[in-house]
Write a protein that binds this ligand. Structure first.
Ligand SMILES: [Zn+2]
Length: 277
């Protein structure tokens, strides 16, 4: 059981971009993972996070700001309180995790393609024979439906791959594997919100953008356009939101933002204002 302490807590509520729909990342996260309460040693700070209710002690959640009944999850010096991501910082974590999953899926898929290409390179002749046998069987069937298999672009493309040299195919498989590894490393790093992973993602993704654009000039598909747009947005978003390459004050400003968004910090500065006034 809990109740809202500060209805207009500006750190807790964010306006989504979709038609003004409100997305409360903090409360959604607390609903899934539970609240985080902490009893700091500093008695002034302690008072601000603690409430005596008719049914017992309540402590203010460091993420959503609600008072939660029961014992605090931790206690000690204020400086050792868990740094609970909340507000914009928490929203950024969600977006990074979405990108991490997207990259993991892409990475695994590309590994499978690389394995397929490598296997194909080892049994090119066998696959060619098999393919031609199927073609011989299917040719009359397709002819019945007035479809000329021998002039079909799909068949033509497949037959062209039979002409590729073994070494070319192995090289393609190796390049695909290398690309997949980058994607998977990005995925793990982004999931844990590592700063090196954000740099890697921005640099590697930006490096592949010209190739993606070139691909589009060769053949346009919805998936390719969606991937290109997602990658451009990811590069811009991570670089700007995470203040990479010294953008918007760089790492120092990013750490400050993270700290200042923590509820304990908010309470601390509020307490200082009281003593100063
Ligand atoms: Zn909470």
């Amino acid at each position: 059981m809990h109740y809202r302490a500060v209805p207009d807590d500006r750190h807790g509520t964010f306006i989504g971009r979709h038609g003004g729909m409100k997305i409360d990342w903090d409360r959604r996260h607390c609903a899934r993972r539970g609240h985080v309460t902490y009893a700091p040693d500093d008695s002034r700070l302690r008072l601000r996070l603690h409430a005596q209710t008719a049914v017992g002690d309540a402590w203010r959640c460091l993420r959503c700001g609600d008072f939660v009944l029961g014992e605090p999850h931790g206690s000690g010096p204020a400086a050792e309180a868990p740094l609970v991501p909340r507000g914009k910082v928490l929203r950024d974590l969600f977006i990074l995790r979405f990108l991490a999953i997207e990259r993991a899926v892409r990475g695994v898929f590309i590994v499978l393609v690389a394995v397929a290409v490598w296997k194909f390179s080892n049994s090119q002749d066998a696959v060619r024979r098999l393919f031609n046998e199927y073609l011989d069987v299917l040719r009359p069937v397709f002819r019945h439906f007035h479809y000329d298999l021998d002039n079909s672009p799909v068949v033509g493309t497949i037959q062209k791959t039979f002409g590729y040299k073994h070494s070319t195919l192995v090289l393609v498989a190796a390049l695909l594997l290398a690309y997949a590894l980058i994607e998977l490393v990005e995925a793990v790093g982004l999931w844990y919100a590592k700063r090196w992973a954000e740099y890697l993602t921005v640099v590697a993704t930006a490096a592949f953008l010209p190739l993606e654009i070139y691909e589009l000039t060769e053949h346009v598909s919805g998936l390719k356009i969606a991937t290109l747009i997602l990658n451009i947005l990811a590069v811009l978003y991570i670089a700007i939101a995470k203040r990479l390459f010294g953008l918007r004050g760089g790492r120092k400003a990013f750490e400050e933002e993270r700290r200042s968004a923590s509820l304990l910090e908010v309470e601390e500065s509020a307490g200082l204002e009281v003593t100063a006034g």
